[in-house]
Design a binder for this molecule. Structure first.
Ligand code: AMP
Ligand code: MG
Length: 520
């Protein structure tokens, strides 16, 4: 196994001088050295072929004992020194102080094919940032992260990746619903991979401590390795940095809206400085289209992180990042310009994206009302988002009387289609049809293009739960089946048609399907 090691984060940024693994408040440092916890009986459940190739692992490598022991914390890669990152964050709108990698341990960075990758174990034991928790992860949440991060990659959504999923052979105590019913679950470790795992919170904690020296070091480091396109210097470089970060995060969140992904915990410690989807916890996929939906039971009351507000929450988080970077910029106006630009851009890009979802691609005047009405209609009765947009691709110009027939499969309970609802849909299809008249693409061409934007297969919440239920009984085959299917989410793949269905009724109010907690 040969890896081209190239550690920049730990070599160029200051480390915590204390090396003992005790929980503590860390100052004047970007990370702490730690050693992963040994696992008693590790077993590899799945390895991402695509990701292993990106890292130049051969088939023999990933099947080796060496690989298993490295990816489960029992062995440290020669010439490396694992570490946990120091960060803080705003959680649910409030400053939470130091958080940090409480159960994520960076093994090393490698460079292959001119791409830099940081390799990290999630669930590999305690670190100085573990606060009152154990540093471990359970199989259920690890399957969810493993499958979803790779699925998001194949959907074309910026994301951290997953290399491997293993069980540790150890047991982990969790109280899923925080109601006093703790139980032991199988422990697991996901090896995650990304160019970098730096978050908004890495900047915030340094600013909060008034550690402007390291704040500048971290920002310069991030620009040097991950924003090489920034050509300004001095304060202008930091303004440009904020602007580029906002653009990358805008692209990410518009993609979330496009595929119906709800992150669930958009705290600033869960916002990647590279605009990647990071920290797959109580996330969920929209089944019936509902702007007010969140899968996270912890957020049930205020629904801060519901589907419909995700782009605005990114903006709120950008404000926190801007505050953190202020000591480097020391001027309000250019910062406000960046944030205002985001606000303008997200409204426009959202409408543009929705237009592509309904198959209108030319630069014609975009009628926001057409999209706003569609959003309203989709929420009148339970309507499956994925099935709706996928079946809409079969619409033929001039077919407006049959519009509702074409998308019929998407309605959870067709009996709810009362006359007034049908006539509202029909009116929408008339308008839609009018706009389609200006399109040059043929029906067939439009369908093909729409099918590259509207996935047929997403990791519906109940699907992940079925894989988890089987895995709990020792059957890991569904993990691979879903993994294989989700590699080509836009392809028809008729052999997987049984997964192109609405959420089954049993999953409607089931823990793990529509209700998820942060307990993982
Ligand atoms: P989250 O919102 O789930 O991303 O986690 C917030 C903070 O809690 C982060 O600093 C995590 O590293 C930490 N954390 C979450 N679960 C654990 C755990 N089981 N052990 C230690 N730290 C944890
Ligand atoms: Mg987190």
């Amino acid at each position: 196994m040969k890896l081209n090691l190239n550690n920049t984060f730990s070599e160029e940024l200051p480390s915590d001088p204390i090396q003992e693994n005790s929980r503590r408040q860390v100052r004047n440092a970007c990370f702490s050295y730690v050693t992963p916890k040994k696992t008693s009986k590790p077993e590899m459940l799945h390895v991402s072929e695509e990701m292993s190739q990106e890292l130049e692992f051969s088939k023999e490598d990933v099947q080796s004992k060496n690989f298993l022991h490295i990816m489960t914390g029992n062995k440290i890669i020669d010439d490396t020194k694992p570490y946990a990152m120091h960060y803080g964050g705003h959680q649910f709108g409030n400053w939470a102080g130091q958080l940090g990698d409480g159960r994520a341990i960076n093994l090393t960075e490698v460079v292959y094919n001119s791409k830099r990758w940081a390799i990290q174990l999630k669930g590999a034991g305690e670190t100085p940032y573990s606060r009152n928790a154990d540093g471990l992860a359970v199989l259920r949440s690890s399957i969810r992260e493993y499958l979803c991060s790779e699925a998001m990659f194949h959907l074309g959504v910026p994301t951290t990746r997953a290399l491997s999923l293993a069980i540790t052979g150890d047991h982990v105590l969790r109280d899923i619903l925080y109601n006093g019913n703790a139980a032991y679950e199988k422990g697991a470790i996901v090896c995650r991979v990304a160019p970098s795992f730096i978050r908004f919170g890495n900047f915030e904690i340094l600013a909060a401590h008034g550690d402007h020296k390291n704040l500048k070091l971290l920002t310069d480091y991030t620009i040097k390795y991950f924003y090489p396109e920034i050509n300004a210097s001095g304060k202008d470089a930091y303004v440009q940095f904020l602007s580029e970060v906002s653009k990358r995060n805008l692209k990410m969140v518009i993609d979330w809206q496009r595929v119906g992904f709800v992150h669930g915990v958009m705290n600033t410690d869960n916002m990647s400085i590279l605009g990647l989807t990071i920290d797959y916890g109580p996330y969920g996929w929209l089944e019936d289209y509902d702007l007010g939906w969140t899968p996270n039971t912890t957020d049930r009351q205020f629904k801060r992180y519901k589907y419909g507000t995700q782009p605005e929450i990114v903006l709120w988080n950008l404000y926190q990042l801007a505050n953190a970077l202020y000591p480097l910029i020391e001027e309000i106006d250019p910062i406000e310009n960046v944030l205002n630009e985001y606000q303008e851009a997200y409204k426009q890009e959202y409408i543009d994206m929705m237009y592509t979802k309904i198959g209108i691609f030319t630069g014609q005047e975009k009628d926001h009302l057409l999209i706003n009405e569609l959003e309203e209609l989709l929420q009148l009765i339970e309507t499956d988002m994925t099935i709706f947009f996928r079946t809409l691709a079969s619409y033929k110009k001039g077919d407006h009387n049959q519009g509702i027939e074409i998308v019929h499969r998407a309605f959870y309970n067709p009996k709810d289609l009362k006359d007034d609802i049908v006539s509202r849909w029909n009116a929408w299809f008339v308008k839609y049809n009018d706009q389609l008249q200006n399109e040059v693409l043929s029906d067939e061409q439009r369908k093909e293009k729409m099918n590259m934007i509207n996935p047929k297969y997403v990791l519906r919440n109940y699907m992940a739960q079925l894989a988890i239920d089987d895995a709990d009984k020792g059957d890991y085959s569904l993990i691979d089946e879903l993994y294989q299917m989700l590699k080509k989410p836009y392809n028809e793949q008729p052999e997987y048609d049984k997964w192109f269905v609405k959420r089954p009724d049993w999953a409607r109010n089931k823990v793990g399907c529509s209700m998820l907690s942060c307990s993982s």
